[in-house]
Ligand binder design. Structure first.
Ligand SMILES: [Ca+2]
Ligand SMILES: [Ca+2]
Length: 163
């Protein structure tokens, strides 16, 4: 009985000694909203700034993932991630979408933030164009639940700030 207790204690201590290492290897989930593993827009990854595929994979720990654009075309590791991109992982025999990525301000999903994005947001606000859910989310820069000229203005400021 005593031997068993010692073995148990040794085991518990071994687990405890490993835990901090395990904890430090958990990816930093900041910037990720809850509810991964589905295509529900409430569960997407939202990037506040442009990020390359390899930076994304490293930051969020998707080491076995492939990132595609919204049409399913695989992106190179050095490519910037466009709004609406998907992070795919093989799980058993199937490939599942583990995250849909919203890139703020890239309304037209071309992996660049330009005046064209501001224009599209403005066209939506004037009801000349209809944004889909992830475009809407990327366009609502001031996060008031609406896409208006105010958002377009905020997007327009970005290219102007570039060197
Ligand atoms: Ca764009
Ligand atoms: Ca808004």
């Amino acid at each position: 009985m005593k031997k068993l207790t010692i073995i148990t204690l040794t085991f518990v201590m071994a687990v405890l000694s490993v835990l901090p290492v395990f904890a430090s290897s958990i990816p930093d989930w900041s910037g990720i909203t809850e509810g991964l593993f589905n295509d529900d827009l409430s569960g997407n990854v939202t990037l506040e700034k442009m990020m390359k595929v390899n930076e994304f994979i490293e930051k969020y720990g998707y080491t076995s993932a492939v990132v595609t654009d919204r049409n399913g075309n695989e992106l190179g590791t050095d490519a910037y991630i466009p709004n609406g991109a998907k992070c795919l992982e093989a799980q058993g025999d199937t490939v599942v979408t583990v995250a849909v990525i919203c890139v703020m301000e890239d309304v037209n999903c071309d992996a660049k933030i330009t005046a064209a994005d501001a224009r599209l947001a403005l066209r939506h606000s004037a009801r000349l164009e209809k944004l889909d859910d992830i475009q809407f989310r990327a366009a609502d820069v001031n996060e008031d639940g609406k896409v208006t000229a105010a958002d377009a203005r905020l997007i327009l400021r970005k290219p102007a700030r570039l060197p």
